[in-house]
Design a protein around this ligand. Sequence first.
Ligand SMILES: O=C(O)[C@@H](O)[C@H](O)[C@H](O)C(=O)CO
Length: 475
Amino acid sequence: MSKKFMDENFLLSSETAIKLFHNHAKDMPIIDYHCHLSPQEIYENKTFNNITEAWLYGDHYKWRVMRANGVEEKFITGDASDYEKFLAWSRTVPKIIGNPLYHWTHLELQRFFGVYDLLNEANAPKIWDEVNRQLQGEGYGARDLIVKSKVTVVCTTDDPVDSLEYHEKISSLSGFDASVVPGFRPDKALEINRPTFKPWVAQLSEVSGMDVENYGQFLEALESRVRFFHARAGRVSDHALDAVMFEPATLEEATAIFNKALREGTISEREEKKYKGFTLVFLGKLYNELDWAMQFHIHALRNNNSVMFGRLGPDTGYDSINDGVIAKPLAGLLDALDRENALPKTILYSLNPNDNHVIAGLMGCFQGGGIPGKIQFGTAWWFNDNKDGMLEQMKTLANLGVLSQFVGMLTDSRSFLSYTRHEYFRRILCDLVGSWVENGEAPEDMELLGSMIENICYNNADHYFNFSKQALVTR
Ligand SMILES: O=C(O)[C@@H](O)[C@H](O)[C@H](O)C(=O)CO
């Protein structure tokens, strides 16, 4: 007898898993420590004219499967109407069984709108009307969805030159208890060989109010932005290391490379490794001083379709997974910081599951400082953000490290309806631990296991990130 589709025990295959989820995971609040939500939309409590706005305007996960199902771009990112785009998505959903979007779509319909129908083209008009009726009613603004999802912290992804005006405005809102904190994402400061570098250096000078005519001034201005973020409750950085490039370098070498890049525009691969090596160590030491967590998102292969990149820009569904050597350069980078007793709390994610054991093994080389889970193997990211990817990441972490110190899930999303990904993760986590109990691999000690589950769902992240409860810290 097959289980009912997505019932209250969805993904839970044992009595132990059911108890762990319903008694310990389900009602825990959420710290979403990495996402791409707009602080402005949060501040403005953005409402959605229809479900296409909320679901399809920025979600390249959906765009990819629509394309793979033969939907014309007109109905994805083109000039079709919102209703036509919703119909195109409704035709796609029955075809994506096995993809996590099939579950996420129905979880979001269930949890936010009380709709338990399977979305398809036939019932699309009815669901469109019902969901839009609710969206246009009370309680469906961006902030309402955050509160409804029991989110206590939203950590956005922000460029160092960002004014953070909306984070400041949100912090002065009364009656909105969630903290919306900035995440320091200095990719443009590191990507010295990209055309964005020189204009970004000029922007850095302008927003910091500091001359940036040499590398020393560049580092001073960059530091001023770290402290600007810190004063606004920023406590995490995030780096996209599409390739892990590290070579030890002196200040003089990094200075010469910086000047050459500004003067000539391009530098050699070795020079790039040295520049990134020195700059990442400089930033890592600063993160450590401020007790920030440093995140490395490794091995994305971005913007592979040059025609569509030219037409739509980045983060539009044309990225994939990079491969290459990360073990030695990553070890060198972490060791360079550790040697100066300045390795911050660090979370390592790789888009390439082949890196899982490399990361989980390396993680164990730099734990310490009395900080539980100081070095984290980050939750299954992007193309790994599915049942198999999550299980692989958690089993690898358990086998090579300490699963009970894991800081758990994040949405990494641009949609305010994505918080059900935390529920999805929590169900998979509880089923994994429950399976160990069923097999006699873990004791049926519900107090012990319940505490482990609650810690992974929330308490570990609360302790690890120590986000200021005070939304704006003037320090
Ligand atoms: O942070 C990143 O670089 C990626 O998460 C990127 O933003 C990507 O578009 C994404 O959202 C994957 O979930």
